[in-house]
Structure formats: C-alpha cells, structure tokens
Design a binder for this molecule. Structure first.
Ligand code: CAA
Length: 258
C-alpha cells in the first residue's frame, strides 16, 4: 500500500479499510484527499485479493464537507477551467463495493462522498446535511442529484434549501442509510458486512453493483434488460457453476473469481 498523508489504509483479510485522516479540519475534503482516495481506489479495484472496502472518518466527523479554505479564493474561471470536483466522479466509478461507515458529521461534500459509496451504515451519532446554501453556494459533488434519488424531492429540497442536518434515525427513515449501529460498534458492523460481501463470488459482486447502479441511469425496461443480460453473462463464469453445484452438494462454494 502506498504512503498517504490525508488517509490511512489497512487490509483485513479481503477487506480494505480506508480512514479519512485530517482531524484538524474535521476531515474536510481537499484536492490531496481526492488524489489519495483515487489512488487507493484504483489499487483496490486492481487487487484480486480485495473484495470490498469500508470508508470511514473519525468519531466526530466522517467529513465536514469540501475544504472551504481551499475554495474560498477561487473564481469562476479557475473552477470552470479545472472542472473543480469532476475528479470525484472517478471515485464514484470504483467497480468494487464501498461501504461508508459514518460517525458524526457528514456534511456537504462529506454527505456527498458517503452517497458515492454503495451504501451507508450510520452510527447512532451521525448527522447528515447539505449546508452549502449557508455559504452562498450549492452542493457541487453530486449531492442535489444523489440525495434526491435517495430520499425524494421533498426531503432533498428541505435539506438543500434550509441546510438543516438530519440525524441517523431520520436518515434511515428517509432511505439515505441502510442501517444504524451504536456508534461504538459502527466500525465492527461495517467491517463484518464488508467481510460478508468480500466472501461472495467477485464477478457476481461487481455485476450486482453495476446493475443496481443502472437503476439510476435508465428506464425500467432498459434497466431490466441490462440486468437480464448481465445475469446471462454470469452463466459464462466458473463461479456460477461452482456456486450452484455447491448448493446442490450442500457445501460452501469455493470462488475463483473467474
Ligand atoms: N472546510 C475547511 N475546514 C473545516 C471545514 C470545512 N468544510 N469544516 C470544519 N473545518 C475546520 C474548522 O475551520 C476548524 O478549523 P480551525 O480549528 O483551524 O478553526 C476545525 O475544522 C474544527 O471545526 P469547528 O471548530 O468549526 O468545529 P465545531 O465542532 O465547532 O463545528 C461543524 C463542527 C458544525 C461541522 C462546523 O465545523 C461546520 O459547520 N463546518 C462546515 C460545514 C460545511 O459548511 N460544509 C460544507 C462545505 S462546502 C461543500 O462541501 C461544497 C460541496 O458541495 C462539495
């Protein structure tokens, strides 16, 4: 694993744990964090020994947003010329699953980053919000789109227009988070869940992620067609015949990733 300054990485069996590590700025997301996350995720995707990742922050903050100090002096020409924030879509395009384990604040870009992951497990102390309006701007890393798809127009408008934070329970009711765990157990719960995913057939894992994500990009009939074709495609894999034989033989499947 590479040496990073703004994140730490460790592997546990087939799971990669990535921890945002700018405690002095409540894990605010600057360009270095983006570069380091992109590098870590490229290595993760390329490593056949890893099946799932967990992205987390500190107990107080998953991430309190994009780095306001980095952005404050920028003008339109710089932002537009450098297509500021466009790199985050490369994080969102990671092919293997990433679970966001959110404790404390997930605000602005922090909420957007959590939503770029495949699902969120929240500590019971988590707080989500899109407070950019209070800075005279708006979400810029996909929040207005991903939040609306996750929680619907009413709550997304409420959150984006008022900047108010919602707690873990409201986030779960709204469909933003998959599960809530007591803050003290959050990382264990996320790592256990990631280990379950990492124990599945790797190509099936990627295909499942790809087809669920397709639901956000296509009509229902195109999405169902896409799913069916990928499902058919999995019948060209060794792991499909192994998985089904193992079921019939009443034994655990042994995956080859082929
Ligand atoms: N960018 C840069 N620095 C940040 C930051 C951010 N988003 N959030 C917190 N920090 C820094 C603070 O400036 C402070 O640094 P100093 O000690 O050097 O002053 C340090 O982190 C600790 O923060 P606070 O003292 O403010 O901690 P608190 O406990 O009193 O408050 C908080 C916590 C409510 C989360 C508060 O820090 C806060 O409101 N942060 C900003 C939240 C925000 O507006 N996020 C959206 C950013 S814009 C964005 O994300 C755009 C986008 O669409 C991608």
């Amino acid at each position: 694993m590479a040496d990073y300054e703004t994140i730490t990485t460790e592997t546990r069996d087939r799971v990669l744990l990535v921890t945002l590590n700018r405690p002095q700025a409540l894990n605010a997301l600057n360009s270095q964090v983006l570069d380091e996350l992109l590098s870590a995720m490229a290595d993760f995707d390329a490593d056949d020994d890893l099946g799932c990742a967990v992205l987390t922050g500190s107990e107080k903050a998953f991430a309190a947003g994009a780095d306001i100090k980095e952005m404050s002096d920028q003008g339109f020409a710089d932002m537009y010329a450098h297509n500021f924030f466009a790199g985050w879509e490369r994080f969102a395009a990671t092919r293997k699953p990433i679970i966001a384990a959110v404790s404390g604040y997930a605000l602005g870009g922090g909420c957007e980053l959590a939503m770029m992951c495949d699902f969120i497990i929240a500590g019971d102390n988590a707080k989500f919000g899109q407070p950019e309006i209070k800075l005279g701007v708006s979400p810029g890393m996909g929040g207005s789109q991903r939040l609306t798809r996750a929680v619907g127009k009413a709550k997304a408008m409420d959150m984006c227009l008022t900047g108010r934070m919602i707690d873990a329970e409201e986030a779960e009711r709204a469909g933003l988070v998959a599960r809530i765990a007591p803050a003290a157990d959050l990382l264990d719960e996320a790592l256990k869940t990631a280990a379950t995913i990492a124990s599945m057939a790797p190509l099936a894992v990627m295909a499942n992620k790809e087809m669920v994500n397709a639901a956000f990009e296509t009509t229902l009939s195109q999405g169902v067609q896409f799913e069916r074709r990928l499902f058919h495609g999995l019948f060209a894999t060794h792991d499909q015949s192994e998985g089904m034989s193992a079921f019939v033989d009443k034994r655990a499947g042994k995956w080859s990733g082929r």
